[in-house]
Ligand binder design. Structure first.
Ligand SMILES: N#Cc1ccccc1Cn1ccc2ccc(-c3cc(N)[nH]n3)cc21
Length: 249
């Protein structure tokens, strides 16, 4: 997978050189190119923003630098061998979900546009749609100061799904919210050594070696945590998938 990221703060993406994604890059599983948008400005002040038409607070990112950046990064647009998918984080985008992460992990080439100020002139997305697939994506119902943090979130969620990046493929299949998984339940509690820590013992069942009982306990814990923190997910469960024991939890 190739990833291009365009931002006026390229240093935001230093974390992509470490940990899981850093290893994936060194192993050639993911190729990441970070670009400073200002390299496509031509004035002395390297201007990327201007006042909004129609008035209102703040500034808006000018279309010209973005148009030139996307032209330079994806000159072929939708040509056969280079079909990038442009992801534009915005508070007004479609919710980013695990299902979307799975979908994006199958793409050969993603380009991320990191807006700042009050956003990017809307004609940039409009024009990009004429030559590539574009997704405007929100990572949650809160407002960030720009798209960079959202891109780090998306790149991590997508990158870990790229085949070979995670050591143990099974852990991806067990992910909460994994599409096609039995149902959307939150992860239950996890434990490791020591068996007693500051007087707190690991639940006996996890030390029992009784796999059916362990699976049952884990499902109970997942149901309890989901009911407590995400009652909306419980409401969305298919009743047919809940057995008598589940209903008692
Ligand atoms: N746009 C906009 C905007 C609109 C109003 C106020 C502040 C901003 C700041 N901003 C500029 C770029 C940009 C990108 C993504 C987010 C973003 C995503 C999620 N899920 N929350 N925030 C915010 C971004």
């Amino acid at each position: 997978m190739r990833i291009d990221i365009v931002s006026i703060f390229p240093d935001y993406f230093a974390p992509l050189d470490i940990s899981l994604l850093g290893k994936a890059r060194r192993r050639g599983l993911i190729e990441v190119h970070v670009h400073d948008l200002r390299q496509w400005t031509h004035d002395r002040h390297r201007t990327v923003d201007d006042t909004p038409y129609g008035g209102g607070p703040g500034m808006v990112m000018k279309p010209d630098p973005w148009g030139e950046a996307l032209d330079a990064i994806a000159p072929g647009g939708q040509s056969a061998d280079a079909a990038p998918r442009l992801i534009v984080p915005t508070p007004s985008g479609r919710p980013f979900t695990q299902a979307m992460a799975v979908e994006l992990a199958a793409e050969p080439w993603l380009i991320f546009a990191c807006g700042r100020y009050e956003g990017i002139d809307s004609r940039v997305v409009e024009e990009a749609r004429t030559r590539m697939r574009v997704d405007e994506v929100s990572i949650g119902d809160y407002v960030l100061a720009g798209g960079e943090v959202a891109v780090l979130v998306i790149v991590e969620a997508v990158g870990r799904l790229v085949p070979g990046v995670l050591g143990n493929a099974d852990s991806v299949a067990d992910d909460s919210f994994a599409p096609g998984s039995m149902e959307n339940l939150l992860e239950g509690p996890v434990y490791t050594k020591p068996p007693v820590w500051r007087g707190r013992a690991v639940p006996e069942v996890l030390l029992s070696g009784h796999h059916a009982a362990i699976a049952r306990w884990r499902r109970d814990q997942a149901l309890r945590r989901t009911a407590a923190n995400r009652p909306d997910l419980i409401a969305a469960l298919d009743p047919a998938r809940l057995d008598e024991r589940d209903r008692q939890v």
